[in-house]
Design a protein around this ligand. Sequence first.
Ligand code: ARG
Length: 479
Amino acid sequence: MGGTGQADVEGRALSDQPWGGRFGEEPDPLIDRFTRSLAVDSRLLREDIAGSRAYAKALVGAGVLTGDEQRRIDQALREIEAELHTESTDPPPPLWGRAGVGGLIPEDIHMAVEHRLREKLGPLGGKLHTGRSRNDQVAVDLRLYVKTAGVQLLEAISMLEATLIVRAEEHLDTVMPGYTHTQRAQPVLLAHHLLAYVEMLRRDHGRVRDALNRADVSPLGAGALAGSGFPIDRAALAEELGFAMAAANSLDAVGDRDFVLELMAACSMAMVHLSRLCGEIVLWTSAEFAFASLPDALASGSSMMPNKKNPCAAELVRAKSGRVAGDLVNLLMVLKGLPLAYNRDLQEDKEALFDAVDTTLSCLQVTARLVAGLRFDREAMRSAALAGYTLATEVADYLSRKGMPFRDAHRVVGQLVAKAIESHRQIEDFSLAELQQFSSLFAADVSDHLTLEGALKSRDVIGGTAPARVKEALARVKA
Ligand code: ARG
């Protein structure tokens, strides 16, 4: 029953495990299915081929392959990429099944490509893995994937930023209540509110960039753990694959996944921001707020209640933030306590990473669509700002500017607000004479401060909601 360790080029029923030389039994089907990762890591086909093509070149330099052998391997690898390039499925496409025997499917994408290479080239196909391990192979594939995915994330973040900026520019004069504790607090510009998310996204962009910079290191040539036994020019190999440098330590190169965690942490943070933004879309489109509505095309109905129009996409973005954070925690827990260097536990990194990237990318796109489509109700926002005693702080500031200690001013205006609530009025409804009953410091110029525009204008500091400051902030983020 021992494996032959040879490619089944004739389609004969031979065991085709690469470690067949050491083993005396066929794999148990349950264990085989359980340990196999092809359905997940088949997504790394392109990266795997790129890594192998570069590695074959390095093997020429190391004196393992002749130039002619390298060209034949390169050609075959390019053919395999074209043949196998298909969506991941389990069981995988017939071609991959054929590489194994009696339904034995290659364990992972690396074995699938190698099986096929040996089918095509015979023994020459078996030379490619010289001095290489799947441990440095999978690490290089994953770093290449992270670099591509990171760039897609950067683009999607920038797209949402641009959408928010467009909407902010349309609403430079739309006033809304700013909130703390979900209670109306002080008036702010809608543009200011939207630009707050742009700031968050700019930091998310920076975090993805940082993650990419640190991921930009080639593990190839680290071998299984101790470094390749062949004179591979690791620096040239790194350059060939577009990496900034070769990893400095072979154990670290194959044993760590911090670069995956960093990208997932950046995704998680971005998702928290999206979740908050989409949570606000849910609030704003409710009848209770009625600050905005979604076009029908961006909302969903109810199967039972004919009256309903639900912001389902926004709710799902809010929920999926938890899923991405879960992916991050998942891999943190996988890595915690693993002895150096490679452990099979690391195979679990890919499902979490792919899910985090796919989810974050789709949520960025969906959120941009929602933001672009929102129809803001300027009047509703303005009247909410007026109705919430949101000018109270401005009046207290007014008294302080006249010389009253702020603590006293706070108390005086608090009494004024209590009176207003009791008499079902707004502060701006009080006459000057009435105001003067609360403090003799009130003068005719208080009327300038009893308007939303007056309150906005006085928040005139860097980062404040004064219209001039918001215009400046907008110009800065547009640049
Ligand atoms: N499928 C494996 C993974 O994703 C590849 C490396 C397997 N290495 C090993 N020695 N079993 O981690």
